[in-house]
Write a protein that binds this ligand. Sequence first.
Ligand SMILES: C[S@@+](CC[C@H](N)C(=O)[O-])C[C@H]1O[C@@H](n2cnc3c(N)ncnc32)[C@H](O)[C@@H]1O
Length: 231
Amino acid sequence: MERRLQLQPRLQLLADMVPEGCRLADVGTDHGYLPVYLLQRRRIRGAVAADIGAEPLAHARRTAEAYGVEGIDFRLCDGLRDIAPDEVDTVVIAGMGGETIITILEGAAWTKDGAHTLLLQPMTKAADLRYWLAVNGYNFTEERLVWDKNYLYPVLRVTGGGTPQALTERQALTGVALDNDPLYREYLTQQADKLRRTAEGLRRSAKPDAQQRADAAEALAREIEEKRDTL
Ligand SMILES: C[S@@+](CC[C@H](N)C(=O)[O-])C[C@H]1O[C@@H](n2cnc3c(N)ncnc32)[C@H](O)[C@@H]1O
């Protein structure tokens, strides 16, 4: 009998958000679980599984073999550098820091064309990523949250071709399209708690602008808590 690949919650949410029947690029595929899962269930038409490292790519090949999945285009490449825009309509970049995701998108201006769906799952610096996306005219069509191994992760679905806009600090930190997510309150609490810890650290600092920055962090924490308390 065919072995069915099961996913952990973070990758499962990403898989659920991938449009049915799409041609997928999974950038930084590593183990290759996402394209293997989707192809095994015939949820997508094809996949480029890309990674900058030969060893992760070999791991992805082993996963495909183990689950009897054929037809994945394994590609050793940095970001989207060797992936042509007309090869895929959906791009997943998951499990990397927000800065790395930004660098990959900076190197692939075609992702702004409005014809591609991007699913982005930053492990860190989600606020920087949201800010960069908005300033570069990507539209946030959906954001969702998922708990996995004691961490709360955001997943962003964006398309390019919108009007560039600057997000407020609160929007960048707490999301633009998360209001209806069942985990939104928890996410707001986490962000406010982080700001309060930052403020506490700054209060102990002798740096000239530390007290002002602590005031700003506390004000933002209050703003986020007030928003949370209206939900
Ligand atoms: C932590 S793994 C994430 C794997 C999978 N995407 C996930 O979410 O579970 C990060 C992978 O991204 C790859 N990676 C890092 N920078 C990359 C880049 N610029 N281009 C392609 N792959 C990259 C690494 O080699 C590694 O395999």
